[in-house]
Ligand binder design. Sequence first.
Ligand code: SF4
Length: 256
Amino acid sequence: MSPAPARDGRATPKRVAKKAASKAAAAKKKPAPRKAAAKKAARRRAKIDPERVRRVVETLARHDPHPRCALEHANPFELVAATILSAQCTDERVNMVTPQLFARWPSPAELAAADQADVEEVIHSTGFFRNKAKNLIGMARRLDEVYGGEVPRDMDELLTLPGVARKTANVVRGECFGLADGVVVDTHVNRITKRLGLTEESDPVKVERDLMALVPKDQWIAFSHRIIRLGRTLCPARKPDCARCPLRDDCPKIGV
Ligand code: SF4
């Protein structure tokens, strides 16, 4: 005679097997977390009116017809160095420091041979100077030893340079070689595109993904420069000047 089924909620072998089977079926149905997040982001983007995005892109272009990188530089090596220095520092401050840096060490070979303490002294006011000096020398050394003193164009190769992450690589490829792999997401782009309702993300990689899906590829480089300029002028973190902002008719956060 088979045993009577347990009525008190105890875990019988049959119940355990049934629970495991239903768990496995549920897990099969559920999309992987990463896929689910990507789907959610795609749904969010689909809700954004493409006409409004077009107006934002065009209005910015009218307002700022000749966008340029605010970091002063004469060649790709100088731009890589300036961008490394710009982490957690204003471009104005970097532009004050780089003339002396490039006068003392004008080429990758010279900067590669520099004494770290000397570099630290020159770049001290940009903050995080120890790490930045180490990265500058490491970057110059790699350019000198591996790339014959030239900055590579390839994204993967750029990312092997010390101190160069995707944001820096995007800046350099866009500004020096006219190559657009993505949208540069710095603190201004991160803040303003959220205010404009173009993304809800805060992680720069996710913000970039959202913007790449919304902004035409031939506008990626210019769009970043224009938004960064807007962030420095009319739309800073505190007290944006919405009354004078050219995007006021298309900005859901007007008056934040
Ligand atoms: S309207 Fe205001 S919040 Fe919106 S982008 Fe312009 S300055 Fe920033």
